[in-house]
Design a protein around this ligand. Structure first.
Ligand SMILES: N[C@@H](CCC[C@H](N)C(=O)O)C(=O)O
Length: 254
């Protein structure tokens, strides 16, 4: 199997060109092994780029445990991969598990349109919302020293969330325009260096109480930007922007 490895602010993916359907039957065990950092290539997730009708391609995303979801950074990396394969020019429309997305790519920076968010719920002082995947958002102080694994794992496996699972984002306000976000991801069952749908969720909870349409986000693996417009109790015109980089390519046996 020929593969490419991509990363978007440190959220890393094995990327497979599956436009001819050669890897339609890749098993969950195969995906787990390919993503294993000791016995495989190593990644937070695996993405198959499939052919699609009416749009440029389909992003078929799997977490490293083989479960499916929508991945914001994975979708941004998929746009960079489609551009590398000469499938698209600087704009594209593609489909993913949560619906149709638009995106733009310029100088390695990918700007991805996320689905509208209709409501943001509260769980105590924290927030729960879906930005293509489900997110829990908790504001904390001294995030650099915070135990993201322990506290994220506890919330993800709590009675309320353990069945479906949830991604848990810890957020520190750095200024009126910048947040620091660290995320425990379901399906990876660990902290990742960045989560695109997670930083989007964090930005929307922040924008809800301000009249801002832009938030800069610092994550462990770099910097991202989120733009959005208020729409009733929710948000529309939500864009996630940041780098998407090809790291290496290779061949493996599954
Ligand atoms: N890293 C992703 C989110 C991937 C999906 C998530 N782990 C889930 O199962 O919901 C991102 O960049 O959005």
């Amino acid at each position: 199997m020929k593969f490419y490895k991509y990363q978007g602010t440190g959220n890393d993916f094995v990327m497979i060109d599956n436009r001819l359907g050669e890897w339609d039957d890749l098993s969950i065990e195969n995906i787990q092994k390919l993503c294993d950092r000791r016995f495989g290539i190593g990644a937070d997730g695996l993405i198959k780029i499939n052919s699609a009708e009416d749009v440029d391609f389909e992003v078929d995303y799997y977490n490293s445990d083989g479960s499916k979801s929508f991945c914001g950074n994975g979708a941004r990396c998929s746009v960079a991969f489609a551009h590398f394969l000469d499938m698209i020019e600087d704009r594209t429309t593609f489909t993913a598990i949560d619906g149709i997305h638009e995106a733009e790519i310029k100088n390695g920076i990918v700007k991805l349109k996320m689905g509208d968010v209709n409501n943001i719920n509260k769980d105590g002082n924290d927030f729960v919302l879906n930005t293509g995947s489900p997110h829990y958002v908790k504001y904390v102080e001294m995030l650099n020293n915070y135990n993201v694994y322990k506290n994220g794992n506890e919330i993800r496996n709590s009675e309320t969330y353990k069945q479906e699972g949830i991604n848990v984002n810890f957020v520190e306000k750095l200024s009126d325009k910048e947040l620091f976000v660290r995320t425990y991801e379901r399906g990876v069952e660990d902290e990742t260096y960045s989560c695109g749908t997670g930083v989007t969720a964090a930005a929307l909870t922040f924008m809800k109480n301000n009249n801002q349409t832009f938030v800069g986000i610092k994550v462990m693996g770099g910097n991202l930007k989120v733009y959005a417009e208020k729409n009733g109790d929710g948000f529309k015109n939500i864009w996630l922007e940041g780098p998407a980089v090809q790291v290496f390519k290779g061949e493996t046996w599954v």
